[in-house]
Design a protein around this ligand. Structure first.
Ligand code: OAD
Length: 258
C-alpha cells in the first residue's frame, strides 16, 4: 500500500472534482481473473495479442482468431466484477459528471453498473467501451452488429458463426490494431477528458493510442491525473499522484464514499 498521505491526496482530489474521467485498462480486471495483454498470461498458445487482434490476422485465418476470442469469451463469462469495478460504479451512480471510459472488452464495468442501478433503483450509468465488446459481433459483409453471448465453435472454418441477417461470416465487434475507434464514442471521451478536473487512470500500460492520450488531454486542460498501477507506465511522468498497488487495493480507498 502506498503512503497513506498519497491516498488521501487522491481521495481529496476526487472528492472535490465536479467532473471526473475514469480511464481503465486490462489491469482493473486482473483481480477478477481476466489476463492482461502485456503481463504474465498475456500470451495465448504462444501468440501475442497484437498479432491476433488485427484485420490482417482475421483475413488470413479467421478460424484461429475466432478460436482465441472463443477462449477469451469462455474465460470472461466465468469472471465477476471486483471491488474496483464496484467502487467506480458506485461513484458514477452517486455523482453526476463521472464518466468511465474503458479499453476493456470484458463488459465487467457494465455488469457492475447494472448491479448498482438495481440496488439503487436508478437507471444504469453505462461506461464508454472504446474498444468494443467481446460479446458483440459484426457481419463482415452487411455490417449488421448485435449482441452474441453463445459459445463459439471454432474447431473448423465451416463451424464459425454467421450473420443472422445475411449468412456471411461474423467477426468480433472489437476494435483491432490498425482500425479506427467509433468517432462518436471517441468524441464523447475527448470532450469529457477536456472538461474534467481529474482523470483517474487505473490498470493500463498507457501505450495504446488514442486511449492513453485522454489523460494527457485532462492534464493539458489544467486537470489532475491520478494513476493506480503496480508498475510505472509512460503516463507516470504526467501523474499528479501515482499510487503503486493493485486496483482492488486502491480504487475503493480513493473513491469518495468508498
Ligand atoms: P495491458 O495488458 O497493456 O496493461 C495492463 C496494465 O495493468 C499494466 O500496466 C499492469 O502493470 C497493470 N496491472 C496489472 N495488474 C494490475 C492490478 N491488479 N491492478 C491494477 N493494475 C494492474 O492492458 P491495456 O493497457 O488495457 O487493445 O492495453 C490496452 C489495449 O491493448 C487493450 O485494450 C487491447 C490491447 O492490445 C485492443 O485489443 C485494441
Amino acid at each position: 500500500m502506498p503512503h497513506t498521505s498519497s491516498v488521501q491526496i487522491a481521495r481529496a482530489l476526487l472528492a472535490d472534482a465536479s467532473r471526473i474521467l475514469v480511464l481503465t485498462g486490462a489491469g482493473i480486471s486482473a483481480e477478477s481473473g481476466v489476463p492482461t495483454f502485456r503481463g504474465p498470461g498475456g500470451l495465448w498458445k504462444s501468440h501475442r495479442p497484437e498479432t491476433l487482434a488485427t484485420p490482417e490476422a482475421f483475413g488470413r485465418d479467421p478460424r484461429l482468431v475466432w478460436e482465441w476470442y472463443a477462449w477469451r469469451r469462455a474465460l470472461v463469462s466465468r469472471c465477476r466484477p471486483n471491488a474496483a469495478h464496484h467502487a467506480l460504479a458506485a461513484l458514477a451512480h452517486a455523482r453526476d459528471g463521472v464518466r468511465i471510459v474503458t479499453q476493456n472488452v470484458d463488459g465487467l464495468h457494465g455488469e457492475a453498473a447494472r448491479e448498482r442501478a438495481v440496488r439503487d433503483g436508478t437507471a444504469s450509468v453505462e461506461p464508454i467501451e472504446l474498444h468494443g465488446s467481446l460479446f458483440r459481433v459484426r457481419c463482415t459483409q452487411c455490417a449488421h452488429e448485435y449482441a452474441h453471448r453463445a459459445p463459439v465453435d471454432a474447431s473448423s472454418p465451416e463451424c464459425l458463426p454467421t450473420c443472422a441477417r445475411c449468412g456471411a461470416l461474423l467477426r468480433p465487434a472489437v476494435v483491432w490494431f490498425g482500425e479506427a475507434l467509433d468517432p462518436t464514442l471517441l468524441d464523447a471521451a475527448w470532450r469529457h477528458a477536456r472538461a474534467s478536473a481529474v482523470c483517474l487512470v487505473v490498470g493500463t500500460s498507457g501505450v495504446v493510442q488514442p486511449a492513453a492520450s485522454l489523460a494527457e488531454v485532462t492534464r493539458a486542460a489544467g486537470g489532475a491525473v491520478i494513476e493506480i498501477n503496480p508498475d510505472e507506465t509512460p503516463l507516470t511522468p504526467i501523474a499528479t499522484v501515482s499510487l503503486r498497488g493493485t486496483a482492488v487495493e486502491l480504487v475503493p480507498a480513493v473513491c469518495p464514499g468508498g
